[in-house]
Design a protein around this ligand. Structure first.
Ligand code: USQ
Length: 406
């Protein structure tokens, strides 16, 4: 007997389509026959350069991206615009009438938000305002499913199991009530996402908008299956990969340091534990959440991560793989932690929703690190230009620029 699985195709609007996750998700959705619409103000391209970085792989222009997408994947509408501007989003949503909107269009770097007062205020303004524009654009449209990319860092590292729900029971002096899950973020960036989550929760309560609030851990990886032609990556389909101190996350950035023969950086004791997820698994999870929306008017919280690792363990995995692939072993430097965070702590977030939707992890960090190192190695001459900017630059405690920074 032959079973045919029918997946309804949808119109999906990706805000932040030019980014690491946005582009990778666009490829996936396009490949699966969904109609892909995207908007981006391209600011990450400029902001990465502001701090001495750039994508590890050269990034095609928007025009080139549109063309290569059409050639390999299918039709796409990729609009350059800023969602924080009045009416931009409302007008585009009214034109496209999407089934789902995935919101990545935010300043996504914790260090960038901690550089100084101006960067902190920019982060708050940009992130909160963009989400508020989205909320007002869809307030009368509960039929549109909003998937908001938040972060596991909204919770901080509490000494209790992190629930996967908007509310939790709170007891005080013999009385109890359901309150929003307490959060204690670790940077202005992470706090901006907490404020976003609260604003969305309030809009859900008042107007019944339909939301999946995704709390994702740090993402790693240089490719997804949608960028591949057999064993080879189609270079023009690659997504941006940041590797500098502000925009590169701990796995990708230390992988570049390994390629360049620099010591891997572990902040403080290195016991900081996070819920990591590969780019491939992130895209798979988002696809499942889009295909399985919550009920109209529901606010669904999803903790999106696959494996818990300490940053020390990650450095060891990278050192081992580098030695195996290239015959030298990078040193591991334990540097004074530039952040204010716990370096040893309990960490046990709940994760039920994705498994309940049939989600299965496809990539594991201990294996994926080999493809990351192999991909980056091809670009080592380009990466040498950014080596200085992979060093520690931003110190949470002084809250201003390193004097040699710019
Ligand atoms: N760390 C090191 N060495 C480094 C860089 C970082 O030990 O060279 C440590 C940090 O102290 C931190 C952990 O690694 O404890 C993670 O840092 P990160 O730079 O990989 O990630 P983070 O700044 O927390 O932010 C990243 C993304 C952000 C996303 C977040 C998910 O930039 O957009 O929201 O991961 S989470 O960490 O769960 O909040």
């Amino acid at each position: 007997m032959i079973f045919i699985i029918f997946v309804e195709t949808k119109k999906v609007l990706i805000l932040g389509i030019d980014g690491y996750l946005g582009w990778a998700l666009a490829l996936r959705l396009g490949k699966k026959g969904h109609e892909v619409y995207g908007m981006d103000n391209l600011i990450t391209r400029t902001q990465a350069m502001e701090v001495g970085g750039d994508s590890a792989f050269p990034l095609p222009s928007v025009e080139e991206r549109r063309n290569i997408f059409k050639r390999y994947i299918g039709p796409i509408d990729f609009v350059i615009n800023d969602i924080t501007k009045p009416n931009v989003l409302r007008d585009y949503i009214n034109k496209v009438k999407p089934d789902a909107i995935v919101h990545f269009a935010e300043q996504r770097s914790a260090p960038y938000s901690m550089i100084d007062e101006d960067h902190a205020i920019y982060t708050m303004h940009n992130n909160i305002e963009g989400t508020m524009r989205l909320i007002y654009a869809v307030k009368d449209h509960p039929e549109i499913h909003i998937l908001k990319m938040g972060t596991m860092g909204e919770y901080g590292t509490p000494n209790y199991d992190i629930p996967e729900s908007p509310y939790v029971k709170f007891e005080y002096k013999g009385k109890s009530d359901m309150i929003p899950v307490p959060k204690f973020a670790g940077s202005w960036y992470h706090w901006s996402k907490v404020h976003d989550s609260h604003n969305l929760l309030f809009a859900n309560k008042v107007w019944g908008i339909t939301v999946t609030d995704i709390n994702q851990g740090p993402v790693y990886g240089t490719r997804t299956t949608d960028m591949m032609d057999g064993e080879n990556v189609i270079e023009g389909l690659r997504t941006r990969i940041d590797i500098d101190e502000a925009w590169g996350t701990v796995v990708n950035r230390n992988a570049v340091r390994a390629i360049l023969g620099l010591p891997l950086l572990v902040y403080g004791k290195g016991g900081q534990t996070r819920g990591f997820i590969s780019l491939e698994d992130s895209v798979n999870a988002l696809e499942i959440l889009i295909n399985n929306p919550p009920k109209e008017g529901e606010f669904r919280v999803v903790n999106q991560f696959m494996e818990l690792y300490s940053v020390e363990k990650i450095a060891m995995l990278i050192a081992n793989a580098t030695e195996e692939l290239f015959g030298y072993r990078p040193k591991i430097h334990y540097v004074r932690n530039p952040r204010v965070e716990m370096e040893e702590h309990y960490y046990n977030p709940e994760r039920k929703i994705l498994p309940s939707l049939g989600y299965e992890q496809k990539r594991f960090l201990k294996d994926e690190i080999y493809s990351i190192l192999t991909d980056l190695y091809q670009y080592r001459d380009r990466l040498k230009n950014f080596s200085e900017w992979t060093n520690v630059k931003t110190d949470w405690r002084n809250g201003r620029n390193d004097k040699n920074r710019f």
